[in-house]
Design a protein around this ligand. Sequence first.
Ligand code: FES
Length: 176
Amino acid sequence: MATTKTILSKHETDEIDRWLERFPKDKAQSALLAALRAVMHEDHYLSTAKMDAVADYLNLPKIAVYEVASFYSMYELDEKAAAKNTIAVCTNVSCMLNGSDGIVEHIEEKLGIKMGETTADGEFFFKVEEECLAACCGAPMMQLNHVYHENLTNEKVDELLDAVRSKRSLKDKEAS
Ligand code: FES
């Protein structure tokens, strides 16, 4: 049976340990956000197994981890987010008033998927909905792999997504 140690990678436990050092010994819960972020960086989503492993590692009840993971929309619980790249378009008020619906439509058409789906090649996951990401002055905006891109136009979206794809195909070519 897999143990906490084998479920969490060395990178994840190193990162958690680095954060644990910053807090008093009896305040391990303070390292929870960072622990979940470390898992997100590796897997792109939080599986139940990984959340349970984080709970064990920090000596917290599992429910304490689930509560945090499901509260913040930046944490992804959907396994489909294991795709190589995650797109999250903010559809909250400022972005909606500045054309986020059109951006969403454009991405859906370009990639041939709806929000909440992953492209057939596993390259892109298009997150269902994103709440205000506090970049309203740059509306409409999106996160691509958690990096902010603001004042979006369809052309800018094309450039960003095409750049990700061509970077990936270059890497694949180099690896083969
Ligand atoms: S409404 Fe989109 S960033 Fe605030």
